[in-house]
Design a protein around this ligand. Structure first.
Ligand code: T6T
Length: 324
């Protein structure tokens, strides 16, 4: 009887010590700990070549470093769709989350909750306005990308005529910076006028309608800057439907397979390609550094290049993928 009691006490002590050890190491299976070897990537939206390429880079790097990376993506590019995905991921307590916030302010609270639960947060591509939440942010220099688009379009239209910006959704840090950079750089070309910024809600069909309506009101439209994949794919369709191919010059951000086809066909005159795979690789590197107690870098800028039909064959490494 006495032996049984002593054994029970010993087991109890061992369980408490075991729980403490597990808790200190931060391994999963205890209350409050995270799975230090698990990372989750939460892109802006599912099944989109920019994020697929990012996932390919991130997954490869995670495997190389001995980590496991899952991807959980919202079905729509908005905070309402991304928040429940994030909440579900947080409940499983991965060690780190790489996230592309779909809105610079609306995603702040849910991401802060993730941070407060002990998960290391790295922003990939888009970022929050509040810079105190993520440990690191990796993206293109989007303002510079907008300036590059303005210089490219200016050359294509002979520095004159009205031009339009089609942006995706207000509150998207990256595309807002591109539109701002473009509009600011336009001031260097007094012969060009801006018809302003219109939003396509990240829907290609809406971008096509914007082009059709703008051409009806401004038949002399000289050029369009489309700030991302959906706006560029849609703008190309709009120009094709209006029989304005080549006559209205189009510069689009990103390099999806369809955008590359449009460039080859002459529907689009220039693409500003990013390095989504590199963003994924660097995002994993930063999350792993944080988990291993090594220094992290707060802001990292990745490569970006303007591609035209003339140099597309030497720039194929920048084309985005539909699968890894
Ligand atoms: O242009 C990319 C990304 O950089 C941006 O933040 C959102 O749109 C894309 O994902 C392309 O659709």
């Amino acid at each position: 009887m006495r032996v049984a009691k002593r054994t029970a006490v010993l087991i109890g002590v061992l369980m408490v010590v075991g729980a403490m050890v597990v808790s200190c190491s931060g391994e999963v299976g205890n209350s409050g700990g995270t799975d230090a070897k698990k990372l989750v990537l939460i892109p802006g939206v599912a099944d989109e070549p920019f994020y697929i390429s990012m996932q390919c880079g991130a997954a490869g790097e995670a495997t190389k470093l001995g980590y496991k990376l899952d991807t959980q993506a919202p079905t729509k590019f908005d905070a309402g769709s991304q928040t429940p995905v994030l909440t579900g991921v947080v409940a499983n307590k991965p060690g780190g989350i790489l996230i592309a916030p779909t809105h610079a302010t609306a995603m702040a609270n849910p991401i802060k909750q993730a941070k407060d639960s002990g998960i290391k947060i790295v922003e990939v591509d888009t970022a929050l306005e509040d810079t105190s939440i993520a440990l690191s942010s990796i993206s293109s220099d989007n303002k510079k990308g907008g300036e590059l688009a303005a210089a490219t379009l200016a050359k294509l239209v002979g520095e004159k005529g009205p031009v339009l910006v089609i942006n995706t959704k207000a509150g998207t840090s990256t595309t807002d910076a591109r539109a701002q950079g473009f509009e600011a750089a336009l001031k260097n070309y007094p012969g060009m006028t801006s018809l302003g910024v219109q939003y396509n809600n990240n829907e290609a069909a809406q971008a096509a309608s914007i082009v059709t309506a703008t051409l009806a009101a401004h038949p002399d439209l000289a050029g369009v800057f489309a700030t991302n994949l959906s706006s560029a794919e849609g703008a190309a369709t709009g120009l094709r439907n209006a029989n304005k191919l080549g006559q209205v010059k189009l510069v689009g951000f990103d390099a999806s397979p369809k955008q590359v086809e449009d460039l080859k066909a002459g529907t689009v005159q220039a693409l500003i390609a990013q390095d989504p795979s590199g963003i994924g690789v660097t995002g994993v590197d930063q999350a792993v550094a944080a988990l291993e107690g090594k220094p992290v870098t707060r802001n990292i800028q990745t490569e970006m290049v303007a591609i035209t039909q003339a140099d597309m064959d030497t720039n194929t490494k920048y084309f985005y993928k539909r699968k890894c």
